[in-house]
Ligand binder design. Structure first.
Ligand SMILES: [Zn+2]
Length: 308
């Protein structure tokens, strides 16, 4: 689950809040309509532009927390938003979610789910949150941000509904693609959930990386090839010594020169915590923004026995 850094009690509270929301919506079929969520929670959404800051200035001028004017100079908020390259804002007093209209459309759903998280988590409600690419990153370790991300993933994947359906299908990109369409979420967030939640007892890892043959695909703004290393619970327990670079080496070794769609299907090995060589089935897919690769444990390789 995307809940690194969240306390047990907090995660439990968040799950209960989301269960309640889904119940109030009549336990809807996927994909979850965020418009219905907003209507239920009395939230409203707006889109701002950093080129034309009228809306932001207006928001800043009216913004009050606990009945007090927050900013004497509305331009301070506009400057803060522009400088921090924010993608979104949660404005508590007006129950407003504001999204930067320049953010690509497919990312809006996760962002909105995240901001809904700030609005429903009782201990976040009173605060103004400005979110940038970093805080919306599912591995962000700042606790409140991880909590908002956890709420987004619980909502958008309809809690256990996703893991049930994911387990009914096999772990392959065809299935990830189908379930991403069915739940209306991006391939990357669906891939993430698949690796972590489909079967936590099975060692599975996932990577979001650059394409080894085309660094222009997937290299992070920081110039790094490895963006995320995602692991199921069993993988963390039994393959704790596998560093991201070791997993990426498998990708470098097996990647074909295909730029889009399936990039490779292969079997390769990684050592477990006992030093035994283990076979993994690997599948890699390029969505043109990055390379998504998962590896599923197959078996411990029989040790070589020399017979006379
Ligand atoms: Zn946030």
């Amino acid at each position: 689950m995307i809940n690194e850094g969240i306390g047990e009690y907090e995660a439990d509270d968040i799950r209960k809040i989301v269960t309640r929301i889904l119940q109030d919506l009549g336990n809807p079929e996927p994909p979850l309509s965020l418009a219905h969520v907003r209507a239920l929670l009395d939230l409203n959404i707006g889109y701002y532009s950093t080129a034309n800051t009228t809306l932001l200035q207006d928001v800043a001028a009216r913004m009050k927390v606990a009945g007090k004017q927050v900013l004497q100079r509305p331009m301070l908020l506009v400057e803060a938003v522009t400088k921090a390259k924010l993608s979104a804002l949660w404005v508590p007093d007006t129950k407003r979610i504001l999204i930067d209209e320049a953010v690509p459309k497919p990312k809006h759903r996760w962002i909105e789910g995240h901001e809904v998280g700030h609005s429903v988590i009782p201990w976040h409600r009173e605060f103004l949150f400005g979110d940038n690419e970093y805080t919306l990153d599912p591995v962000c370790h700042a606790i409140v941000e991880a909590e908002a991300n956890y709420t987004a993933s619980q909502l958008l994947f309809l809690q256990q509904r996703f893991s049930q359906e994911a387990r009914d299908g096999s772990l392959e990109f065809k299935a990830i693609n189908a379930i991403s369409k069915r739940f209306g979420n991006t391939l990357t967030t669906t891939f993430w959930r698949m690796v972590e939640d489909r079967d936590p007892d099975s060692p599975v890892f996932g990577m979001v990386t650059a394409h080894p043959h085309y660094p222009e695909i997937g290299t992070g703004e920081d110039g790094k090839s490895i963006r995320y290393f995602i692991r199921s619970r069993a993988f963390r327990e039994r393959f704790g010594g596998v560093v991201p670079e070791a997993a990426y080496a498998l990708i470098q070794r097996n990647a074909t020169r295909r730029k889009r769609g399936p990039v490779f299907d292969a079997t390769d090995v990684l050592p477990n915590s006992n030093g035994e060589q283990c076979e993994f089935r690997l599948e890699s897919f390029c969505n043109t923004h990055a390379l998504l690769t998962f590896g599923v444990f197959v078996r411990i390789k029989p040790s070589m026995v020399i017979q006379f």
